[in-house]
Design a binder for this molecule. Structure first.
Ligand SMILES: [Zn+2]
Length: 252
């Protein structure tokens, strides 16, 4: 995985009986989570409405929980997807079907939360925590997730030795810290741009009237993932390539 594309599919309502997206397991990072048939609980007000003379199946609404299991037999972790459902005309109706209605699920949360992007092995612990934190709220509050991704950029800068505070104890603006990091070495230009874009998305997510979508946050995660891949893995791969070139074959 760079960024888990299956998570973007959770932004759509999922019709009953159709296959669910299978996110990468947050525990083992090897297997995929397969969700079982959701267990529905119709709201009390929705149940009461059945007595109304004009009642229609499209009035039905409630909450659900679906139990997911990691397909990796060595892991088998259980994850729960919860959210709301409503009933409306099926998108997959057979001609002549007696019941044209279907339940449509909107997933609000998955616990434990799948990671929205990969974590390079060489990434410091605080950067890892930042990615986990952002992933936790991706579906519930995309604006907060974007803010947490920006926080991950800040954590990265701190681990890179860029000061967080001014001489008098105030906090330094992220863009100043980013400029300092980028200007320290010509080779940081491109990674610096990627980090800067994530910062801007985070700023947009922080505003009181933030309306960032899950897809926009996942786009930010794609940029951050690319920045970290280049920064943490790039030098390793460059060294490996050089060793193979010098050995004119496998570097043993
Ligand atoms: Zn697993």
């Amino acid at each position: 995985m760079p960024v888990d594309g299956s998570l973007s599919k959770f932004t759509e309502t999922l019709e009953d009986g159709q296959p669910w997206p299978r996110p990468l397991c947050p525990k083992c990072q090897e297997g995929y989570i397969r969700f079982a048939e959701p267990k529905m609980n119709e709201n009390t007000s929705s149940l009461a409405a059945h007595q109304h003379e004009a009642w229609d199946p499209e009035w039905i609404e409630g909450t659900f929980v679906s139990e997911g299991t990691c397909e990796n037999p060595g892991c088998g972790v259980t994850a729960y997807a919860t959210g709301t459902y409503e009933v409306r005309y099926s998108n997959h109706i057979d001609l002549g079907a007696s019941d044209p209605y279907s339940a449509f699920y909107t997933v609000g949360q998955i616990y434990p939360p799948p990671l929205m992007m990969s974590i390079p092995a060489a990434a410091p612990e605080s950067v890892r925590e930042g990615i986990v934190r952002a992933s936790r709220v991706l579906l519930t509050d995309p604006g907060l997730a974007a803010t947490a991704l920006r926080g991950t950029v800040e954590r990265f800068l701190t681990t890179e030795g860029v000061r967080r505070q001014t001489a008098d104890g105030g906090f330094r603006a992220v863009h100043l810290r980013l400029d300092e990091w980028r200007n320290a070495d010509d080779s940081r230009e491109q990674v610096g741009h990627l980090l800067s874009a994530v910062k801007w998305l985070g700023n947009a997510g922080t505003h009181e009237d933030a309306d960032l979508t899950v897809l926009e946050v996942l786009e930010g995660a794609t940029l951050l993932d690319e920045a970290f891949q280049r920064w943490f893995r790039g030098p390793d791969l460059d060294a490996k390539a050089l060793a193979i070139i010098q050995a004119k074959g496998p570097a043993r």
